[in-house]
Design a protein around this ligand. Structure first.
Ligand SMILES: Cc1ncc(COP(=O)(O)O)c(C=O)c1O
Length: 411
């Protein structure tokens, strides 16, 4: 059967007339391989998605992280729908908000309280306000190439951003404790907070895990200088450790931001923090039209229950190891050198002897047309719905894709 994307392309042509870029943001065709990937989905279930042309894919992007238990998970969907029948966006708050906050306080290492919102960027932006409110200082330290959302204070796209928006933001390389010590010294009593992801997961680059001692060193410098240590766990949260990725790496932040996998795809995010941050947290203006919707809270509670029950971090780690070990062996047997980076549950693969991603693009496009969805430029995600059978099929496809790379590039 030949691989066809006719309907995707047809709808995309319509989209381009009425939507800037046709499809914008992280779903833009530019971030995969234009022309080689489906653009529109028909349905998704478990670890698979079907595009509008009827092609089926084992999906290793998991909606860029939110899907952790499998698409259309019965337990989470039922919880959402049951609550939705009682009202979605209502004039007063639901007790489910309290139940969910209690659950996060019980489960997460650094949570003594929680505030809920919709997107990851809501929580990272609140964390910045909160660090400033707590310290009465202005400056925030971020990592080069880190991603915390589309807001002017942090976006990687500078179109429409003014120098004033960035006046109080200092960028340093992720994982460079020496650089952090230097900026703290150079900006004595002026740094409100530092926001890092628990490990570095930039787009268009290998992922970087922390060096031993890095996080304890950061904690020490923050303690000594009254700087708020903020962990952006929006992407990695729930896949490494249900107690939080900071717990996984052995330290305790003051604030942590959650979103993606918290409700298996329903739109809810959470900012959590330690007791000392609670009074400042009650002073910032935190709200949004849909932030109090209770069906998403019901979905999050059901998702957390299920993640605990099946011990999601162990499952996704094991499946991730099967995938990444298999890919390494296949690359080797095809005479190709690859770099697998990041934790097994959130892996990424690049070809070691290139920096232009052309081999990655060919490899991923060849996988897509054979029913396996990887992104050549962005890390992948494993879910608890990926089966050993999925991994086996994926490796069969990957072998064929590696052979195409070998044929076109030689090594
Ligand atoms: C680490 C990290 N922080 C923040 C965000 C922003 O989340 P959202 O897109 O939900 O605003 C993302 C989204 O990909 C992310 O990966």
């Amino acid at each position: 059967m030949t691989y066809k994307l006719d309907k995707s392309m047809e709808i995309f042509a319509r989209a381009a007339k009425v939507i800037p870029q046709g499809i914008y943001g992280h779903l833009t065709p530019v971030i995969t391989v234009p022309g080689s990937y489906p653009y529109f989905v028909e349905k998704a279930k478990g670890s698979h998605l079907w595009d509008v042309d009827g092609n089926e894919y084992i999906d290793y992007m998991c909606a860029y992280g939110p899907m952790i238990l499998g698409y259309a998970n019965d337990k989470v969907d039922e919880a959402f729908m049951k609550q939705a029948k009682k009202g979605t966006c209502v004039t007063i708050a639901s007790p489910l908000m309290v139940e969910l906050a209690e659950r996060l306080v019980e489960i997460n290492d650094c949570a003594d309280w929680a505030i809920f919102a919709k997107n990851g960027a809501d929580t990272t932006s609140m964390a910045v306000l909160l660090a400033r409110a707590y310290t009465r200082r202005k400056k925030i330290v971020l990592a080069d190439g880190g991603y915390h959302g589309t807001q002017p204070w942090c976006t990687s796209n500078m179109v429409g951003v003014t120098p004033e928006d960035r006046k109080n933001v200092i960028f340093i390389p992720w994982g460079d404790l020496g650089a952090f010590r230097r900026v703290v010294e150079e900006n004595k009593n002026d740094i409100a907070g530092v926001m890092f992801t628990p490990y570095h997961h930039p787009t268009f680059a290998d992922q970087v895990l922390p060096e031993p001692g890095f996080w304890n060193g950061m904690r020490e410098v923050c303690n000594k200088n009254d700087i708020v240590l903020i962990i952006d766990d929006v992407r990695a949260g729930w896949r490494l450790d249900l107690k939080g990725s900071a717990h996984y790496f052995g330290f305790k932040p003051d604030l942590a931001c959650y979103c993606k996998a918290i409700a298996n795809g329903y739109s809810i995010s959470a900012l959590v923090g330690t007791e000392k941050m609670k009074i400042a947290a009650s002073k910032i203006f935190a709200t949004g039209s849909y932030w109090f919707n209770s069906p998403e809270m019901a979905a999050a509670l059901a998702c957390i229950d299920e993640m605990e029950k099946i011990d999601v971090p162990s499952v996704v780690r094991e499946r991730g190891l099967s995938l990444t070990n298999g890919l390494k062996e296949l690359a080797d047997s095809n005479g190709l050198k690859v770099t697998i980076s990041g934790p097994p549950a959130i892996p990424f693969m690049t070809f070691s002897n290139e920096d232009n991603f052309m081999r990655s693009q060919l490899f991923c496009a060849e996988c897509a047309k054979r029913g396996v969805f990887f992104n050549p430029h962005h890390n992948w995600f494993i879910s608890a719905a990926h089966t050993e059978e999925d991994i086996k099929k994926t490796l069969d496809v990957a072998d064929k894709a590696f052979k195409e790379v070998k044929k076109q590039f030689g090594d």
